[in-house]
Ligand binder design. Structure first.
Ligand code: DC
Length: 232
């Protein structure tokens, strides 16, 4: 009998390890992994490169007009053991993680037309199930019928410290206070925007990982997957 494949939606605050968990989960299950945040980051990068964001204010009309020229794809990088994000065929995985993109992505993600286009592409990816997608509105808007929904969170200080360590490890010089401000600022915008605000779906399970290791989280989530696929 074929194993039942499901859709796993992982939502939550920024920098609480959603991508890391979603990636490990997909690898463990042999599922496709889609980082929906990377898609909003690609649009932001494109807008920055083309002078469509001035002093943090996006030129909404022009950005909407450019959406047709932004092709986002993902490829599994065997060597690095991770997903790589492409903008019109160019590998932009590193660039979309830079602070300048992080600082400008929230306003971009509040543009209804941008969201509409991203959601369309995200649903396309989930057609055949067997997918783990992480973001802010996956369980509420993109896949309201997902079989397993998880809402991840951790304290802002712990999240800022993790991002600080991650960037430091890559040799990027950063200021902790600036990172914390960015984390808290994004929480504010993500949770209060009019279109698809970050909010726990009624049927999502909460996973606060402030005091959990990656292994503990993965184990907990795999148990939840088992319950859904084996009907326990
Ligand atoms: O997960 P991340 O930090 O890479 O996300 C980048 C930004 O994109 C974040 O500010 C919120 C936004 N986002 C969103 O609005 N909806 C999603 N499904 C994923 C991300």
């Amino acid at each position: 009998m074929a194993v039942k494949k499901i859709i796993i939606a992982i939502d939550g605050h920024s920098s609480c390890g959603k991508s890391t968990m979603a990636k490990s989960l997909a690898q463990e299950l042999g599922y496709v992994y889609i980082d929906s945040g990377a898609m909003y980051r690609v649009v932001t990068l494109y807008a920055l490169r083309n002078g469509l964001i001035n002093n943090g204010v996006p030129d909404t009309k022009k950005i909407i007009g450019e959406l047709k020229n932004i092709k986002i794809t993902f490829k599994w990088d065997e060597l690095a053991g991770k997903n790589t994000t492409f903008l019109n065929g160019e590998n932009v995985e590193e660039e979309i993680r830079r602070l300048e993109v992080s600082q400008n992505v929230s306003p971009i993600s509040t543009i209804a037309e941008v969201r509409h286009e991203m959601v369309k592409q995200q649903r396309e990816n989930g057609k055949n199930k067997g997918i783990v997608m992480d973001g802010r509105d996956i369980g509420t808007v993109v896949f309201p019928d997902a079989e397993l929904k998880i809402f991840m969170t951790a304290s802002p200080e712990i999240r800022a410290q993790r991002r600080f360590d991650e960037l430091n490890q890559k040799g990027v010089e950063v200021d902790f206070a600036e990172i914390l401000e960015n984390v808290e600022g994004r929480d504010q915008i993500d949770s209060n925007r009019k279109v698809s605000p970050l909010k726990k779906a009624d049927d999502a399970l909460i996973l606060d990982n402030s005091n959990l290791t990656r292994e503990q989280q993965l184990k907990w989530t795999l148990e939840r997957v088992k319950e859904k696929t084996e009907g326990k």
